[in-house]
Write a protein that binds this ligand. Structure first.
Ligand SMILES: *Cc1c(COP(=O)(O)O)cnc(C)c1O
Length: 227
């Protein structure tokens, strides 16, 4: 696959290539639509690997573990103002407090218990957080996420009962299957739910995702090389 060669590329080359491909995919979709946001997935990477991308001016990053993020990001946040951190992995309710201290966006809201915990912490601290609801499109047992059939009710509950700021939907399509139909389904669900943002597409399929209306792509390997 095309991103394999990235280990020999500099981060600057990989970043330029990625932005170019994003641009082309966006033009094939709708040039008038808002340009998709690149969430650079820096999970498992040490600070020294992340710094070069920050030096290039990138400011949107994704991490999948609260503990890892709270370990390495405070020093970076101090040095690089304006960073927006997205949590893209499962969040345990006992980590909500820590998560809210460092993350601006939770992309993995996947159950009512978590919605309640987030809501309590928001009320306590006054720090609002943007949430994407994770949707389990293929009903995979090992994956978290709300079933498509329960999505509208879940979003209503999050908004009315827990006054959470639900801004979008997120999905991780099944491995080894064509992602296109799942991206299309997420787009329809987003329309039905009345949310504006769709987080879909990773290193292997971000162009397809953008062509289908992704507003956020989450890319690690194609930027930083193999983890
Ligand atoms: C790791 C991860 C990504 C990035 O995957 P790559 O294939 O390295 O681009 C995207 N989304 C989630 C939820 C992840 O855990």
């Amino acid at each position: 696959m095309s991103f394999k060669q990235q280990s020999e590329q500099t981060i600057e080359q990989a970043y330029d290539l990625l932005k170019n491909r994003m641009k082309n995919a966006h033009e094939r979709f709708e040039p008038e639509a808002k340009f998709p946001q690149l969430v650079a997935v820096s999970k498992t990477l040490p600070v020294e690997k992340i710094t070069p991308l920050l030096d290039l001016g990138h400011r949107i990053f994704g991490e999948n573990r609260v503990q890892e993020a709270t370990g390495k990001w405070p020093e970076l946040l101090e040095k690089y103002p304006g960073v927006e951190l997205h949590l893209i992995g499962p969040l345990q309710t006992n980590k909500v407090r820590e998560a809210l201290k460092i993350f601006d966006v939770v992309q993995s809201l996947d159950r009512e218990k978590l919605a309640r915990a987030l809501s309590l912490e928001v009320a306590k601290t006054g720090k609002q957080i943007k949430c994407f609801v994770q949707v389990n499109l293929a009903g995979e047992e090992q994956k978290s996420g709300i079933a498509p059939g329960n999505l509208l009710d879940f979003i209503k509950t999050c908004r009315k009962k827990y006054t959470l700021d639900i801004v979008g939907l997120m999905c991780i399509p099944p491995q080894g299957e064509a992602a296109g139909p799942y991206f299309a389904q997420l787009k329809i669900l987003g329309k039905e739910a009345g949310v504006n943002n769709l987080s879909m597409g990773m290193s292997a399929d971000y162009e397809a995702a953008i062509e289908m209306g992704a507003t956020h792509i989450r890319v690690g390997t194609a930027l930083f090389g193999k983890r």
